[in-house]
Design a protein around this ligand. Structure first.
Ligand code: SAM
Length: 280
């Protein structure tokens, strides 16, 4: 039984960072006419009301998207992302926040396809309803780790796979890495995005070791720390591992992430990091 609900966390600093990366990747990958397959192994509900009891209880969006809402001047990747969140709200006030499937469905074209996995019995119907009229979208009430193996390689031979687990279970880091390795073995040219929360630095070191043990060459690690561990207990950073990143991603993030560290930082210890994890 899953208890995690993304409605508590929607629009927090980690969502902002992850969705800036996601939209930047989608923008690049849709430049070519050929169809693209987007797979979201942990899709969530698709849309979140920031005035809901869930969102109000944690107030996490107040330290994320709310801080950027009035921003006019931002690096291109952040500006593109913010324009989409404004489009989703279609009003001057920020009252709702889109999930990853909406960002993808909005940037993808008629020739593209989306496969969304979500296992929560309350969030799945919301997701399915949101895309009921979009024939490009297929929603699956399935375990994204297992089900995604049957989706790759996609017929399009071009794909973006987002893995955005809730890390509720103790073995989930291992499961996420094992799934990434398996999917990559089946479809080595796909672009993969794996998000993880930065709760302590040892976890990042261990993740790196595990990733470097996989036969994957091209890995870009992106991190945003809004504080250090001492000043912000719990999640003080957001990490994104991108396998087979397009060449444009590094440049885009070199301006976007330092900007986010300044705007979303809650202490003078806020930092951003971009590193190639090289597997020889
Ligand atoms: C961090 S949230 C996803 C947020 C979403 N990707 C976004 O960016 O808007 C993780 C979601 O994964 C779902 N989930 C947890 N374990 C799952 C699994 N094994 N397969 C599919 N979904 C799962 C949870 O119910 C939750 O909605």
């Amino acid at each position: 039984m899953l208890s995690y609900r993304h409605a508590y966390h929607a629009g927090n600093f980690a969502d902002v960072m992850k969705h800036v990366v996601l939209t930047s990747l989608l923008k690049y990958l849709t430049q070519k006419d050929a169809g693209l397959c987007y797979i979201d192994t942990h899709a969530g509900a698709g849309s979140y009301d920031l005035r809901s009891e869930y969102a109000q209880k944690t107030g996490e969006s107040g330290l994320g998207i709310s801080k950027l809402w009035g921003t006019r001047d931002a690096p291109e990747a952040v500006k593109d992302y913010l324009a989409l969140v404004h489009q989703f709200n279609s009003a001057p006030d920020l009252t709702k926040y889109p999930g990853s499937p909406w960002f993808a469905a909005t940037l993808l074209r008629p020739q593209d396809r989306l496969a969304l996995c979500e296992m929560h019995s309350s969030d799945f119907p919301l997701l399915k309803k949101m895309f009921a009229k979009d024939r490009r979208v297929h929603c699956h009430l399935e375990d994204g780790y297992r089900f995604s193996a049957g989706l790759v390689p996609p017929i399009e031979r071009r794909g973006l796979i987002l893995m955005d687990p809730s890390y509720e279970l103790s073995h989930e880091y291992e499961t996420a890495i094992a799934t990434l390795g398996k999917l990559h073995r089946q479809f080595s040219t796909g672009t993969y995005v794996l998000w993880y929360p930065i709760l302590d630095e040892r976890r990042t070191v261990s993740l790196r070791r595990h990733i470097e043990n996989l036969p994957i060459r091209d890995v870009l690690h992106l991190a945003l720390r809004v504080a250090d561990r001492k000043s912000l207990p719990g999640m003080y950073g957001s990490g994104v591992i991108v396998v087979n990143p397009p060449w444009t991603l590094r440049g885009a993030m070199e301006t976007a992430l330092p900007f986010l560290a300044v705007e979303l930082g809650t202490s003078d210890k806020a930092t951003s990091e971009i590193e190639q994890w090289v597997n020889e």
